[in-house]
Design a protein around this ligand. Structure first.
Ligand code: GLN
Length: 241
């Protein structure tokens, strides 16, 4: 089996080295003897936009300026991305990428139109929400740790959140929830090494991708994650409230 990962707009959306998450996805597949291929689609790409053989799409974070540029290109592929998600395609969207999955991202002087894949919207607030973060997540059955830095407040309506905020600001600094889980979409404000810090979340994503290709898939072989789990627990304890 070969798992194909598409990194969307790595030239513009790659804040805090979001692409390291792709390295983690690939490595955790390879450790189990599953091959992986990563393809990039940049903003000036002239190739046809084809998701038919893609197993995982990754969209990272970016500044407001970069989001404005990306959004114009992204909207050209709105239908493909929407169909992909409705067809249970796995999509990981981080921060700026998360905001662009919604209806819009309203800035002080303009509104960026989103893909309308999720029934959510984002509005820029006065203060930036910058913090380490700890979530309690039913999806992975445990704690997710990470780092957030966003000006936008995302209102997720009746969507299922990725987790409950134990420490940090979350989607909007008020609701007490962070991110969204919708079908095989994981959308979150947590930047940087999300998957290395949260191997269970990484395996949740990989399992969904493999199952979509092979419905009879029995589950991933366990790996020795002792170090990763110790690091994760250290952060959970550090920010215990
Ligand atoms: N520009 C967006 C915000 O500030 C997203 C930032 C990011 O991706 N870190 O809300």
């Amino acid at each position: 089996m070969m798992i194909k990962i598409l990194h969307l707009y790595p030239d513009l959306l790659n804040l805090y080295g979001d692409r390291g998450n792709i390295a983690c996805l690939v490595k955790r597949l390879e450790w189990r003897g599953i091959k992986a291929e990563t393809v990039k689609y940049t903003c000036d790409d002239k190739r046809p936009f084809d998701l038919s053989d893609i197993d995982i799409v990754f969209i990272g974070g970016g500044s407001d300026r970069e989001q404005k540029i990306v959004c114009r290109r992204l909207l050209e592929h709105k239908k493909d991305l929407k169909d992909y998600v409705e067809n249970n395609g796995v999509l990981i969207a981080v921060c700026g990428g998360y905001q662009l999955l919604g209806k819009y991202y309203k800035l002080e002087d303009e509104t960026i139109e989103g893909l309308d894949i999720l029934d959510i919207y984002t509005e820029q607030g006065k203060k930036r929400l910058i913090s380490n973060a700890v979530l309690e997540s039913d999806t992975i059955g445990g704690k997710i740790v990470g780092f957030e830095n966003h000006g936008g407040r995302t209102h997720i309506g009746s969507h299922t959140p990725l987790g409950k905020v134990v420490y940090g600001f979350g989607n909007d600094d008020k609701s007490g929830y962070e991110g969204v889980i919708y079908k095989n979409v994981v959308a979150t404000y947590l930047h940087g090494p999300l998957f290395p810090k949260n191997p269970r979340l990484c395996d949740y994503v990989l399992t969904n991708a493999i199952k979509r290709r092979d419905p009879g898939f029995k589950g991933l072989e366990p790996l020795d994650d002792a170090l990763e789990i110790t690091a994760n627990e250290y952060i959970v304890n550090r920010f215990k409230t």
